[in-house]
Design a protein around this ligand. Structure first.
Ligand SMILES: [Mg+2]
Length: 197
């Protein structure tokens, strides 16, 4: 599996434990970062003013070519991290589910060079993650495929997985790929989250 690399933080102990004893009752919460745990609209808008000289709607930024978009997102993630708006509902849910015994991982298409910024926001809001899994820089496969590959390692180790993402393409791809597995999918937007069955 050369297409991605995991940027693990607090997971190595848990991994060793996993290998020794695979419990049938383990539950996992998988959370995307951008526009799932944190809304990026304000940060992107401010960054667009700096980089392009005017405020550009997020819908237009999303349509830009990857070669333009990716460095721009990276710049935004680093410089405008203070402008990310926390998704209070979902952050609250992550804390509640942690107390109920779920393990929490953050699975994001951000590349591993953004680990520090990502950790910064998660820690600021006391999000109870045990691992942050970020993409390898310059990956060539799609975000959906990359996430599916990363998730495949976790699937055999949990009897239930809850997957939250704001991108329906990610959900559809992973849902199809792991049809019949114990994963429930939730599409996130500013108004809340809804289960995709
Ligand atoms: Mg996202």
């Amino acid at each position: 599996m050369e297409e991605y690399k995991e940027a693990r933080t607090q997971d190595s102990e848990a991994m060793t434990e996993n290998r020794k004893h695979i419990s049938k009752r383990r539950r996992l919460l998988v959370l995307d970062f951008d526009d799932t745990l944190f809304f990026t609209e304000e940060a992107l808008s401010l960054a667009s003013e700096e980089v392009f000289g005017k405020r550009i709607p997020v819908s237009e930024i999303r349509k830009m070519e990857n070669a333009v978009k990716q460095p721009f997102y990276e710049h935004t993630a680093v410089k405008y991290k203070e402008y990310l708006k926390p998704n209070g509902r979902l952050i609250g849910l992550s804390k509640t589910l942690k107390l109920k015994g779920y393990e929490v991982i953050v699975l994001s298409g951000r590349h591993e060079g953004q680990l520090e910024e990502t950790k910064y926001s998660l820690d600021l809001h006391k999000i109870p993650y045990k691992a942050i899994i970020l993409s390898k820089k310059g990956r060539t496969i799609s975000n959906a495929e990359w996430k599916a590959r990363a998730l495949s390692e976790y699937i055999p180790r949990y009897h239930e997985i809850l997957f939250f993402d704001d991108d329906i393409a990610n959900i559809k791809f992973i849902k199809k790929k792991f049809a019949g597995k114990n994963i429930r999918f939730f599409l996130v937007n500013k108004r809340g989250e809804r289960e995709i069955k």
